[in-house]
Design a protein around this ligand. Structure first.
Ligand code: ZN
Length: 779
């Protein structure tokens, strides 16, 4: 795997103007016709078809007598773009009208029979197409669904030089003369169902142009139910109280986390409720009957017997789903091979009309799946499902989910991974990017993924350079260098790249202080290159956001260390100007761009800003307990990390990201004593806790503060109950503050009470709540 190579300079010197209309004359020669390019070059010279010249054309678009809506649309799209490119109007006529030698024959057209062209439409299936010249005629004929429309968009791209980089940024070359050489271009997608889950890919024309299977809302209209549907099919709100036996037996207790898949009544209810849903949406083919998003599956004797026999909890899942599928022979029942159910069963096989949705959530992203030693289990699962299932959709992940706007150098694995899935019989792919607006290189990623799902053999370098030039103009080269250098640094470091990692994990690999400096230079260069063009400048600044974010996240972790938020001056601790200066432009641009969340389920740009301001205002605080010894009564200090005893009084507050500066443990109370070393007047004690309830981190039920002069007799000074709800799953912090009349104090005791196990309605029901505490501040 050689990674990317910087494109030759000549590619970058090509000049484009990036508005809806372009005035430069472009060659007819396709820019990325791949393997055929040399042949095409020869053909261009001896062109056979003069499609338009001086705003005139002899050609008409011939549609079938009973054209489908997609064929009709294909004709209109072709007409519209040829008009924009050349000024020539191509009339659209039905095939029953007069024949002419100057025709563009579209779709599954009667005219093709008259011409004796034996096109194998079976081979084209739904979306494939053939673009072909036949004497003076041009033929664009596609499969039963959008094949012809896709053929037209491909013709515009590969033969007329058009591009659609985003819904707002197109390139339409102006040409007085459109001449075509001989064409014979058959394309059938490698992946039958292609979904790129990026908000930028939801525009209706973008979806068609890039041959994607969702609509402008991101909905998959062929899917009646999508994923994690057990609770929707057998709702615990209705059944759990009276029939706990319908749900998972976990540690001897029935909890409504998953279904008991061997209970016959559960099967009956599932079929009955699914029938109602199918009746409401009969057009949808795919119906998901799949596990909820937690790991508490049923371990009752019957479920366990199947799972043991099959060597995986997927055994009871397939056993159950097959029975549902038998009742819906004309539908496809989809189920998840995810987390505990990812390994294929040993003996059972999914029925013909069962679709397996396989998830790559755990996989490393620094190496392609086929080359990565740590992906061995996953490769085995893909191959084993591939042997027993006819219909597999892979749910793949392409960004860093805890940090939606963060550098994530995984572009080099996109192509080999898609090619790997395609080789192993995967027929459908859902590429999960960002469900929110924005994200690192969202436009580029969406573009590359769309192209590669259609044809994983495309040249990624060519695609990427074409995109960067089209979208960033003169800033393309420094941005490409930024991408390449970051990817090279990751490779050189040998570090892993995970979708649940963070910019702090990258501080020794692709985001070292020296590299960050270098990246900043490249962005300076990029901004200078497009300084005269406000639109391009804004795009470059948006591309810069992830770097700002990474710098701020690293500063929060380093806090008062190198490149931290605070710097020590002769006048005490001050906010580092380099950090202070980033937060407002970062937040403002996020808001301007329409970014809704910065983390997968939480943190609006404004919340991010206010957390930074909270940090600034609290400052680097050398309070009375600063660097004082902390004695742990609970939890057992032997089971805590070595730095735990220093962490709570190091002057550094746990911040927005739960991954650092928080002392973390599960299922136990916090009980500690701090010795101030001498009696001092104290008037305030505070301690802060982090809540991220979806991931089981939950605030204490209450916090008590006690003071003492001798370390033996403690007097309570505060008892503060938690008032924040735990059923809102976003991230929050809360300070538990006790203010009292100043009094001399030497010892301080803090008790924070854990919630214990999470309640039954919680997605992680029955598991111990995690407590995250940081900085005991005494003043
Ligand atoms: Zn069971």
């Amino acid at each position: 795997m050689n990674g990317f190579k910087l494109a030759p300079q000549s590619v970058f010197t090509f000049q484009f103007i990036f508005v809806i209309f372009m005035t430069a004359l472009l060659p007819v020669q396709p820019l990325f016709a791949q393997k055929k390019s040399s042949k095409q070059k020869a053909n261009t010279v001896q062109s056979t078809i003069l499609l338009a010249e001086n705003e005139k054309s002899l050609y008409r678009v011939v549609i079938p007598a009973a054209a489908t809506v997609h064929e009709l649309k294909a004709a209109k799209v072709l007409q519209e773009y040829v008009l924009q490119i050349s000024g020539a109007v191509l009339p659209i006529i039905e095939s029953t009208k007069d024949t002419s030698r100057y025709e563009i024959v579209l779709g599954q057209n009667e005219r093709l029979d008259e011409l004796g062209l034996n096109i194998n439409f079976n081979e084209l299936k739904e979306d494939g197409f053939l673009i072909k010249t036949d004497s003076l005629r041009l033929i664009i004929a596609g499969g039963t669904e959008k094949g012809t429309l896709y053929g037209v968009y491909t013709f515009l791209e590969n033969y007329l030089g058009c591009r659609m980089y985003t819904s707002q940024v197109k390139r339409i070359p102006q040409q007085k003369r459109i001449a075509l050489g001989k064409i014979n271009d058959l394309q059938i997608p490698a992946i039958r169902f292609r979904d790129v889950f990026y908000k930028v890919a939801w525009d209706a024309e973008y979806t068609d142009w890039h041959k994607l299977d969702h609509n402008e809302k991101g909905d998959r209209t062929d899917w009646g139910m999508w994923v994690h549907t057990f609770n929707e099919l057998v709702p615990p709100q209705i059944y759990y109280l009276e029939h706990p036996e319908y749900y998972s037996l976990v540690d001897g207790k029935r909890i409504p986390t998953q279904l008991c898949l061997t209970n016959s009544k559960v099967l009956e209810l599932t079929i009955q409720n699914l029938r109602k849903k199918v009746a409401q949406n009969p057009a949808a083919t795919y119906w998901s009957v799949s596990q909820n998003d937690n790991r508490n599956y049923c371990t009752c004797d019957q479920c366990r017997a199947i799972d043991e026999r099959e060597g995986s909890p997927s055994g009871s899942i397939i056993h159950f789903v097959n029975q549902v599928a038998e009742q819906f022979p004309d539908k496809i029942i989809s189920t998840l091979a995810y987390e505990y159910g990812r390994k294929a069963p040993k003996h059972l096989k999914p029925h013909e009309n069962v679709n397996i949705m396989l998830c790559s959530i755990e996989v490393n992203r620094d190496k392609p799946i086929p080359d990565d030693a740590t992906s061995e289990d996953f490769r085995r699962d893909v191959e084993e499902w591939g042997k027993i299932a006819k219909d597999i959709i892979v749910w793949d992940y392409v960004i860093q989910f805890n940090h939606l706007i963060s550098p994530f150098p995984n572009l080099h694995v996109l192509q080999p991974n898609i090619a790997f899935f395609s080789r192993n019989g995967v027929s459908a792919m859902f590429e999960q990017g960002n469900k929110e607006v924005g994200g690192e290189f969202a436009e580029l990623r969406s573009y590359l993924l769309s192209k590669l799902l259609w044809n994983p053999a495309l040249n990624v370098d060519t695609l990427m350079n074409d995109f960067l030039q089209g979208y960033y103009g003169a800033a393309a080269r420094p941005i490409r260098t930024y991408i390449d250098e970051m990817h090279a640094a990751l490779r050189k470091s040998g570090a892993n790249l995970r979708i649940f990692g963070s910019p702090n994990d990258a501080v020794t690999s692709y985001l070292t202080p020296a590299l960050v400096k270098r990246y900043e230079q490249l962005f300076d260069e990029a901004e200078k290159a497009v300084a005269q063009n406000p639109e391009l400048l804004e795009r470059v600044r948006i591309a810069h956001l992830p770097l700002h974010y990474a710098v701020m996240e690293q500063a929060k972790k380093n806090f008062s260390g190198e490149n931290g938020v605070f710097i020590k001056t002769s006048e005490g601790w001050r906010i580092r100007p380099d950090i202070r200066s980033r937060i407002d432009p970062f937040t403002d641009l996020c808001i301007r761009q329409g970014v809704t969340l910065i983390k997968e389920w939480s943190t609006t740009p404004e919340e991010y800003r206010s957390a930074m301001y909270r940090l600034f205002s609290q400052g680097m605080n050398e309070h009375l307990a600063y660097h004082k010894k902390v004695q742990f009564i609970s939890p057992d200090p032997g089971k805590l990390p070595r730095e735990a005893t220093a962490m709570l009084t190091d002057g550094v507050r746990g911040s927005h990201d739960y991954a650092f500066n928080w002392l973390t443990f599960a299922g136990q109370n916090l009980e500690i004593i701090i010795d101030l070393e001498e009696a001092k007047p104290v008037k305030r004690i505070e301690s802060a806790y982090h809540q991220y309830a979806f991931w089981l981190t939950i605030l204490p039920k209450k916090v008590e503060y006690f003071v003492s002069m001798d370390g033996k007799n403690f007097e309570q000074v505060a008892d503060i109950a938690n008032t924040l709800p735990i059923d809102q799953y976003g991230g929050q912090q809360r300070d538990f503050i006790a203010d009292f009349e100043p009094r001399p104090v030497r010892y301080i005791k803090i008790k924070a009470y854990t919630l214990g196990n999470t309640p039954e309605w919680h997605p992680g029901a029955g598991r111990p709540a995690v407590m995250r505490v940081d900085e005991i501040v005494v003043e």
